[in-house]
Design a protein around this ligand. Structure first.
Ligand code: GLU
Length: 445
């Protein structure tokens, strides 16, 4: 099996493109085949080196390694010209100056359903002669579709200057790379008969095709930033893990059962076949991905999660706060808003201060300070016992003690567990923050 991913580098790698890449990669790895990367960079204005770099970067981040390539389509112009000459010499093409308007006029005369046939001329663009008969597209997901040739226009395959057009280049590139399975988005379905006509004129066999249903947001609309993320780059910035993204994208349109959720990449490789891909449009739901990402995150273990969070935040020494925050985060991006106060000091949330550091709250806080100052050990169980002691002595609800403490050390009402947080801060820092909140000068305990 030889498959390919053939992105046009016009910007960031879209999530739909990432799913196409993933399915090709899974097929190749499942079958022990070859995964080829071809960069369709013939649109010279949009295919900048930066854009090519973005695609490579996104694939690297997703850990979808390719075995051959990147083959740059732009570097194959000579080969395209050579194949074009072969077709010309074989009598498969003719020059035509017919414009889109001429084609419309032809259809007005002959009937809209009839494919355009031009008169050979001395110059003009190069059209492929569509022979009699029919082309059947065998699609592994959608079954067979028959295109009667009489309804297909003679396609333009090269401009008057000899530069070839997209569908010609794709057919030649797939042929030269000996691609056995073309797996791509459904939006390319209408190109397939044109590409097959080129292959047939070259006497080449059809590869197998699979056109993947498009991705939508949960509202059924085309996937965009509004749905939480539209590109792989955004997923990365939002703190998703590549292994979770692979799992989630694999299940968007593929899976043995509806309630399938966590499937490791190794299992996907073992089980993936493109024949099992659904024909229905799939819905990308960023909330489901968040949930799944949280599961993966907790499975990493403290050491690896710390490593990833340090890479993500660009900070070090995070291990103690990772240990106490890991149960409460679903993405790498959730970490700093929750636990950053442990490293950078309390956040500034005036409404939290107003709500919890009133007279009553400050009285509780002062009592907590005394209890913490005299503790023998400053670990989470001892701190917990001290705080619960204050709750008991004051005869109030637990949160009337815990929340003022939380606001004192974190600046807000969201944080990891309160005694774990205090223990991570250590006695000196904890007392100094409490003193800060009480507006007192620091006393020596
Ligand atoms: N370059 C096309 C795209 O990015 C894909 C073409 C193909 O897979 O045949 O949509």
């Amino acid at each position: 099996m030889r498959v390919r991913f053939a992105p046009s580098p016009t910007g960031a790698l879209h999530i739909g493109g990432a799913r196409t890449a993933l399915y090709n990669w899974l097929m190749a790895r499942h079958a022990g085949g070859t995964f080829v990367l071809r960069v369709e960079d013939t649109d010279r204005e949009r295919s900048t080196p930066e854009n090519v770099g973005q695609i490579l970067d996104a694939l690297r981040w997703l850990e979808l390694d390719f075995d051959e390539g990147p083959i740059l389509q732009s570097e194959r112009a000579e080969r395209h010209a050579e194949v074009l000459r072969t077709l010309e010499e074989g009598g498969h093409t003719y020059h035509s100056t017919a414009t889109a308007q001429d084609v419309r006029a032809y259809k007005d005369r002959h009937g809209a359903e009839w494919g355009f046939r031009g008169e050979p001329e001395a110059d003009g663009a190069i059209r492929l002669r569509v022979p009699e008969g029919a082309t059947v597209v065998h699609d592994l997901i959608r079954g067979d579709t028959t295109f009667a040739h009489e309804h297909l226009d003679d396609p333009v395959i090269a401009r008057a200057d000899g530069s070839v057009l997209y569908n010609f280049a794709v057919a030649v590139d797939d042929l030269d790379a000996a691609i056995t399975h073309v797996v791509r988005g459904e939006d390319h379905l209408s190109n397939t008969p044109k590409q097959l006509l080129v292959l047939a004129a070259l006497g080449a066999d059809q590869p197998a095709y699979a056109h993947l249903p498009l991705l939508h947001g949960p509202d059924g609309k085309k996937l965009s930033k509004r749905h939480g993320a539209a590109s792989v780059q955004e997923l990365r910035e939002r703190g998703f893990l590549p292994e979770a993204v692979r799992n989630y994208l694999a299940l968007l349109g593929w899976g043995d059962t509806d309630d399938e959720t966590i499937v490791s990449t190794d299992d996907l490789v073992r089980r993936f076949t493109v024949e099992r891909v659904s024909r229905n449009p799939a819905r990308f739901d960023v909330d489901k991905l968040r949930w799944m990402n949280g599961r993966y995150l907790r499975e990493l273990g403290e050491e690896e999660l710390t490593r990833r969070l340090e890479a993500y935040t660009g900070r070090d020494g995070l291990r103690p706060s990772v240990v106490i925050a890991q149960e409460k985060i679903q993405t790498l991006a959730d970490f700093w808003p929750l636990a950053g106060f442990l490293h950078d000091g309390p956040a500034d949330d005036p409404s939290a201060r107003e709500r919890w550091l009133d007279e009553e709250g400050r009285a509780a806080l002062a009592e907590v300070r005394e209890a913490l100052a005299t503790l023998d050990a400053f670990d989470a169980p001892s701190v917990e016992a001290a705080l619960r002691g204050v709750v008991e002595r004051r005869g109030v609800k637990a949160k009337q003690v815990f929340q003022p403490v939380r606001v004192a050390i974190a600046g807000t009402t969201v944080s990891p567990g309160i005694w774990e947080s205090l223990a991570v801060l250590g006695r000196d820092e904890a007392l100094s923050r409490i003193d800060g909140a009480l507006g007192q000068a620091v006393r020596i305990a």
